[in-house]
Design a protein around this ligand. Structure first.
Ligand code: MTE
Ligand code: MO
Length: 420
């Protein structure tokens, strides 16, 4: 099994060989003095706990109150046209809870209800259609897990290390299990005419966030989604209906979908001309850079998740993803990319979805320049930032998938750095 961890015995043998103490050392010492937290009956064990229905819709326990979305105030002029970041440094596994999944709005999140919701399909179709939410619930559905990454994820790092935390350098991403209707089903219902080669998708919000998508992609794996992680979409993620465009940049994942027009050509809207294009060193811009290339990041340890236990056994973990399919491998370096060790890919590896990696490691207490490097099933290897800049220059904002370096110091504190 790909994700079978090193056996406990082998791990302990390794630990002993490395001359490091066992994880249990400190706890064992406390136990000699009969740690009251385990040796004595606690108050909570001598009384009733909270009844059922104390919280009809549960929230995380208050001790996890630090695991929240955060924004970077200087980044945007106003919080209604802004972005916040998923606390990836504090999450595990691969599914992002909706409540802490990053939000990106161009004109604020709008509150729609299912009764008044309408979706129009028009343009080069045999039958222009308007669907109610109830109509949509009668079409065949499917379920798929996909990451949604804003193309600007890492954008602030183009000119060098800037933000202290994986949440801020890599947190414009979430990964959810969606239920929705394949867009192909709705387009076939409307009957796309032979001249129709593009769709243009708009939201109900004031910005509309209109984006053109080639018909091939629209007919392939795009979903008109209404559930995420088993429940209705949250308002901030497009309730009641959003587009899911697996592997492609977040801007194309139109929320609060209002209209899908079919056209012979791309519309060339604001969001695909002055924005979401990449300015190259020669002054020209790359456009139609839809796919999110393979990328990874160590989420712990990281600046917001320092090592607090000193030398010895530890878990290095992070996330990897590719808009071109499945992650094939993730390598971890502790010496700034001189030597690499393959990490374990944990759980099911799904295409165009976040993949969790783990590396069980014995830290000798010395400094580390910690990096992760993803390779996807097409053989594409995540580039260094130097390799990326050699081609793309430093004018870009979007599509920064360069290798991240965390400087882990002897006291376990971690800093965002770049190395030559
Ligand atoms: N209608 C509408 N759709 C939208 C946006 C928007 O402002 N309005 N923002 C886009 C951008 S830039 C991104 S990155 C994703 C973010 O999705 P999320 O807010 O669910 O994280 O939604 C996209 N869809
Ligand atoms: Mo975005």
């Amino acid at each position: 099994m790909a994700d079978e961890p090193t056996s406990r015995r082998a791990f302990l043998r390794q630990t002993a060989a490395a001359g490091a103490g066992l994880v249990a050392t400190a706890a064992a010492l406390r136990a000699e003095g009969a740690d009251p937290l385990i040796a004595q009956v606690q108050d909570y064990a001598s009384a009733f706990g909270a009844p059922v229905d104390a919280t009809p819709y549960g929230l995380p326990i208050r001790h996890e109150a630090h695991v929240v979305r955060r924004n970077v105030e200087w980044l945007t002029e106003s919080p209604v046209s802004s972005i916040n970041f998923t606390p990836i440094h504090a999450l595990e596994g691969t599914i992002t809870p909706q409540g802490c999944a990053f939000e990106r709005h161009h004109s604020g999140a709008i509150e729609l209800n299912k009764q008044d919701y309408r979706l129009m399909i028009n343009g080069l179709v045999d039958r222009p259609l308007v669907f109610t939410f109830a109509d949509l619930m009668r079409f065949p559905r499917r379920v798929l897990t996909s990451f949604c990454e804003c193309a600007a994820n890492g954008g602030m790092e183009w000119n060098g290390a800037q933000l202290e935390g994986a949440q801020f350098t890599h947190g414009m991403i979430h990964n959810m299990e969606y239920t929705g209707i394949p867009l192909r089903v709705l387009l076939e219902e409307a009957g796309v005419q032979p001249a129709g080669k593009w769709i243009y998708v708009e939201g109900h919000d004031a910005s509309s966030n209109g984006r053109s998508i080639p018909l091939d992609k629209a007919m392939d794996d795009v979903l008109v989604a209404f559930f995420a992680n088993g429940e209705a979409l949250r308002m901030e993620h497009g309730y009641p209906v959003r587009l899911v465009v697996p592997g492609w940049e977040g801007n194309m994942w139109v929320k609060w979908v209002r209209r899908i027009g079919i056209y012979a050509n791309a519309v060339e809207s604001r969001e695909e001309t002055s924005k979401y294009t990449d300015l190259m060193p020669d002054g020209r811009a790359r456009k139609w850079t839809w796919t999110m290339d393979a990328k990874s990041v160590v989420t712990s340890p990281s600046p917001q998740a320092p090592i607090q236990h000193g030398p010895g056994p530890m878990v290095i973990t992070g996330l990897a993803w590719s808009g071109n399919g499945k992650i094939a491998r993730v390598d971890v370096s502790t010496d700034g990319g001189v030597t690499w060790t393959p990490a374990r890919l944990s759980g099911d590896v799904k295409p165009k979805a976040l993949t969790r990696f783990h590396l069980d490691y014995i830290w000798d207490g010395s400094e580390m320049l910690l990096q992760a490097r993803a390779t996807d099933e097409t053989g594409y290897v995540q580039p260094t930032k130097a390799a990326l800049r050699a081609i793309r220059g430093v004018n870009s904002v979007y599509h920064n998938n360069g290798i991240q370096t965390w400087w882990v110091k002897v006291d376990g504190e971690v800093e965002n750095v770049e190395i030559a």
